[in-house]
Design a protein around this ligand. Structure first.
Ligand SMILES: [Zn+2]
Length: 363
């Protein structure tokens, strides 16, 4: 099959054709130079690498009612926030089912990989592993030990099954605990991440020391704070819909201007469906509502490119013969690809039946 239109990937956007065989890219080139001579099925569209949802709390998907009013900390702060009480009183089976449903929805959206902050210690990590075992999506789980001060036995036990640790925030933890956790992650070759400057500004030295692999939010960070994050080489995940519920917006325009590595995630599943496309559209519109517009290209990279770079897999963000990308074909006008992808993609515009082996999730 031949897709004629545009490619939007790690190398930017360009008019192109892409030939697929068995779900794999076998050829790309300038429009009009393919050798099919009209013998192949041809569709118009934009070809992109599969997106990554870089921040979720899928456990919260057990919540099906409108969350009660209140501050973000009353709702989601451990150990007594609304969501932690809800998690504690919900059965393992119900939690597993809710997480599996959320993962399945992401697969239908074409998402190839998700980075989840999983609460509830080692059992919490194991439950998400079990929920994800039958769903064709990569699940990077950042778990969280429960005991404070941190118990080295529990920490090792969480790290044995998780891909790293994701903390509530630097100000919810002692410096000793953060150092213990970061060191253990480093030693195990796993990732250390935390929320930062969400409801109040935190000085960068507080959350950048010990150095994390990833920080989430930075809503209250000043441009100088953002420059420090960039200089430390730390990637940031933004979740504009989640922040907007509490009357806040991250300064994406400054992040773009300063050249941060920005990723995007859908945050708590009790607040929003884990749709990366809706998140992108909201981010685009939200920055305009604030009169701090960000480019569609920067947002597209946050879902399609930067997370793969963060994972050390640039190749998965490149549409080329032999690459490891799991491409999506979006049936969108190809004239202004990033704008179209960011503002208009939805599940029903993803071309089905493209993929063969290894990508059966979208087949
Ligand atoms: Zn979060």
């Amino acid at each position: 099959m031949l897709v004629e239109g545009a490619i939007l990937d790690i190398d930017g956007s360009r008019p192109a054709y892409v030939r697929f065989r068995g779900g794999r890219v076998v050829e790309t080139g300038s429009i009009g130079t393919d050798g099919s001579r009209g013998r192949e099925r041809k569709v118009r569209g934009v070809v992109v690498p599969a997106p990554v949802n870089s921040h979720t709390h899928l456990g919260d998907a057990v919540s099906t009612r409108e969350p009660p009013p209140g501050t973000v900390s009353r709702l989601v702060r451990p150990p007594l926030g609304y969501k932690f009480r809800l998690l504690a009183e919900t059965s393992r089976e119900a939690k597993r089912n809710a997480m599996r449903t959320a993962l399945t929805r992401m697969v239908r959206d074409g998402v190839a990989s998700v980075v989840d902050f999983r609460e509830e210690g080692r059992p919490g990590v194991e439950l998400l592993r079990s929920a994800a075992s039958t769903v064709p999506i990569e699940t990077l789980i950042l778990g969280r030990p429960v005991a404070r001060p941190v118990d080295s036995g529990e920490l090792a036990s969480v790290l044995a099954v998780a891909d790293g640790i994701g903390l509530s925030s630097a100000r919810d933890e002692t410096e000793d605990d953060r150092r213990t956790i970061a060191r253990a992650c480093r030693r195990a070759g796993k990732r250390y991440a935390l929320h930062a400057s969400e409801a109040v500004r935190e000085p960068p030295e507080r959350f950048l020391e010990p150095r994390p692999d990833l920080v989430v939010h930075l809503v209250k960070a000043t441009p100088m704070d953002l420059a420090e994050v960039r200089d430390a080489g730390v990637a940031v995940v933004v979740c504009p819909r989640s922040n907007a519920l509490f009357g806040r917006q991250p300064d994406l325009a400054s992040m773009e201007r300063l050249g941060l590595s920005m990723l995007v995630g859908t945050d708590n599943a009790m607040f929003h469906a884990p749709s990366i496309w809706r998140e992108l559209e909201f981010a685009y519109v939200g920055t305009r509502l604030r009169r701090r517009p960000v480019s569609a290209g920067f947002l597209a990279r946050a879902a399609l490119v930067e997370p793969w770079r963060w994972l050390g897999r640039d190749d998965a963000a490149r549409i080329a013969p032999g690459s490891r990308a799991r491409p999506l074909v979006l049936r969108l006008p190809p004239d202004d690809p990033a704008y179209q992808v960011v503002t208009r993609t939805s599940e029903h515009l993803i071309l089905r039946g493209l993929t063969g082996e290894g990508t059966g999730s979208r087949g």
